[in-house]
Design a protein around this ligand. Structure first.
Ligand code: ZN
Length: 692
């Protein structure tokens, strides 16, 4: 393992800054910790609020991530008030946390780590705790207590497994006092603790011990081909990837439906070669069922993944595939419930019984989460789990905690407390929304509003330059995976199908489709070209049909309802002259939407319409040509068109894209859960166009 330490950078830093620097170096190396795992501390002299000199323990706040940690995420505690606790016989978690809070020097500091006392009871000024892959590969073997001294000699001591808290901290303190010469401690089934007089010393010790562990494991892996890794040639070619994608498209919505029983989940697929080598290995069905490699990961990946039987032979038979997948999930949920009932402590409520990691032979791994970030945390953790499982299996036999210990940790209030630190969920964070004609005007505004409310958004449009512009404008959302910008021509069935496939592969499914793309041509009927009539129907009728047909097929396959929103027009209810092709084709859209509402209510699919009137800002529909044609139809000057439309409504107001977007958010939300087949006008009030 490579050290990332730079004397040049470290020498400029003082006090807590040094531990921030070292923590970030540790966090940067995902073989040491991932996503919020591990912790670090520094003991230093300082002053309290009265100016009295005291000793301070700066400890990482609970739940913060080492990779991005800042000074503010460390909690300063009065060390001399913590140390006497060492002489106590026992302390409950609640007592310990309440006591720690009273030692805080800074009321606005985060809650101190649950492993605070462990750091306090180690005399050295700098202490680092990691869940390092190579170390855990040694601790997660059936004979770890004997194996670890064989690898490290007397330099390192093993502390048997205890759930973090007072008892573990005391055991660590005792181990050090009884063995003053040791250089580090390894917590069985958990991780590594190193220390030093200087930050560099403690950091380098972490690197050195990992390097020793890695070398040992490599020598073992050379001797026997690692169980849990298929020797078959990795399926890395483009055609292999395409074959996997073709199989995943009918499968993922079914999985999404299964895991979204209580609340919707977003899915993430990973089929990198290392994942395929694992899921295709003979030993994987058994190996994968032992557990994560450190208890901290339980809340992200649960006690075990679901290992699906090979589904490739069933891909052509959609109904059978759905049935088989359902049976596998039912079995998993039953087993989880049995485990919970058998090992639970009193007065706890069962968490979601669905898997967070699904392993599928030949196809890869699917992780789930309340949003794309949670799904990627589960993915990152399981990528490391695969490596640790393979390493442990090469040494001996992968072995984790007992089921009782796992259940105690999974339902430990101190661990679940971390979840309460997360920002509250936004209204649409579990939803996937597809907006057609999304790159400008109403569609773009809708993408923005849905993004603001937490949704995963697919912005689809036929206008490539506009899409490129949006990709740049929303680059943060695109790079975080929360937004996908893609080309889609609503008039071509294959293009529509392809867009849905992309969405499925990216998020596992879709919840809301806003069918917005439209086309307008203003011209009296007797002068209208057949091609303009046909184009109006192609976009405004056939386009909506193709988009909606695909949406309903997907919604039914997911089995968790769905929401279709059609952007129609005031013209359907109150047509204007010279707008024959537009009004007639939009009327077809409206009638289609009504029939869809009737046909699909039994599947929990709601279908509603919005009738805007004269939304000019950034509009693709209101091209200069259409504006001048409408000016002519109404007998006004070109520059008066917008005012004309504003003045003719009851509220005398201009209709903006965001007005329409907000109506779409209402229709997509549970606030309108009892509404289907309805039209909401967003037109400032046009009495001729009142829905009736
Ligand atoms: Zn830990």
């Amino acid at each position: 393992m490579k050290s990332l330490w730079s004397d040049e950078q470290a020498k400029k830093l003082k006090g807590v800054q040094v531990v921030v620097y070292a923590s970030r170096l540790i966090g940067e190396n995902t073989n040491l910790v991932v996503w919020g795992g591990g912790n670090s501390s520094i003991k230093s002299d300082g002053y309290d609020h009265m100016g009295r000199k005291i000793r301070i323990l700066w400890i990482k706040g609970s739940g913060s991530d080492m990779k991005t940690i800042t000074e503010k995420q460390f909690c300063p505690l009065r060390l001399d008030e913590l140390l006497p606790l060492y002489h106590r016989e026992e302390m409950t978690d609640e007592e310990m946390v309440a006591y720690q809070a009273k030692c805080s020097l800074e009321p606005s500091a985060p809650k101190a780590s649950i492993e605070t006392l462990l750091h306090a009871f180690i005399p050295a000024p700098h202490v680092y705790h990691t869940h390092a892959d190579a170390i855990c590969a040694l601790t997660d073997t059936s004979d770890s207590a004997r194996l670890i001294p064989r690898v490290f000699g007397k330099r390192v001591m093993v502390v048997p497994y205890f759930r973090p808290g007072f008892k573990l901290s005391k055991k660590v303190g005792e181990a050090l006092r009884g063995n003053p010469g040791i250089e580090a401690l390894i917590l069985d089934k958990h991780g590594l603790i190193t220390w030093g007089n200087q930050a560099k010393e403690a950091y380098l010790k972490t690197i050195e011990l990992n390097t020793i562990a890695e070398k040992y494991i490599r020598s073992k892996m050379k001797k026997k081909s690692a169980p849990g890794r298929s020797a078959a040639k990795p399926a890395g070619s483009k055609s292999d990837a395409k074959r996997r994608q073709e199989a995943l498209v009918p499968l993922l919505p079914v999985i999404r439906g299964e895991v979204s029983g209580n609340q919707k989940m977003v899915l993430l697929v990973d089929d990198r070669p290392s994942v395929l080598a694992f899921v295709n290995a003979k030993a994987a069905p058994k190996l994968s069922q032992v557990g994560p490699f450190t208890p901290d990961h339980l809340m992200h990946v649960k006690p075990k993944p679901l290992f699906l039987e090979p589904v490739l032979p069933l891909i052509g038979e959609k109904k059978l595939l759905k049935e088989k997948v359902h049976q596998a999930f039912e079995k998993y949920r039953r087993e989880y419930q049995d485990y919970f009932e058998k090992y639970k402590s009193p007065n706890v409520t069962m968490l979601d019984p669905n898997p967070r990691v699904i392993l599928i032979p030949e196809l890869g791994m699917v992780t789930t989460g309340k949003d794309i970030k949670a799904a990627s945390i589960a993915r990152d953790i399981y990528l490391h789990t695969i490596e640790v499982v393979q390493m442990a299996a090469a040494i001996d036999e992968f072995s984790f905690l007992s089921k009782k210990e796992i259940c105690d940790f999974e339902y430990w209030p101190m661990e679940n407390y971390k979840l309460t630190l997360l920002p509250p969920e936004k209204e649409f964070s579990r939803c996937v929304v597809l907006v057609t004609g999304g790159a400008r005007g109403i569609g773009k505004s809708m993408c923005e509003e849905f993004l603001r409310e937490g949704a995963n958004v697919i912005m689809a449009d036929v206008d490539l330059p506009r899409l490129e512009q949006a990709r740049e404008e929303f680059k943060n959302e695109v790079s975080s995976g929360r937004m996908t910008v893609l080309k889609m021509d609503v008039t071509r069935p294959e293009s529509v199908e392809e867009a849905y496939q992309t969405a499925i592969l990216k998020y596992g499914g879709i919840d809301v489709v806003v069918s917005n793309a439209g086309f307008a041509k203003s011209c009296p009927v007797d002068q209208l070209e057949l091609s303009d009539w046909e184009k109006s129907f192609l976009v405004n009728a056939t386009g909506h049909f193709l988009v909606a047909r695909q949406a309903v097929r997907l919604f039914k396959r997911q089995g968790i309802g769905g929401n279709l929103i059609f952007i129609s027009t005031k013209n359907v209810l109150a047509p204007g002259k010279d707008f024959g092709a537009y009004s007639a084709s939009k009327a077809a859209e409206t009638q289609l939407a009504r029939v869809l509402a009737i046909e699909n209510g039994e599947y929990g699919i709601r279908v509603n319409m919005i009738n805007p009137d004269g939304v000019f800002l950034d509009s693709g529909l209101w091209s200069k040509e259409v504006r001048s044609e409408r000016a002519k139809a109404h007998g006004i000057a070109l520059g008066q068109v917008e005012d004309f439309y504003a003045k003719r409504n009851i509220l005398k107001t201009k209709i903006l894209p965001e007005d329409v977007a907000r109506a779409a958010l209402f229709l997509a939300s549970d606030k309108s859960a009892k509404t289907t087949g309805a039209i909401i006008p967003v037109d400032g009030g046009v009495k001729e166009a009142f829905p009736r």
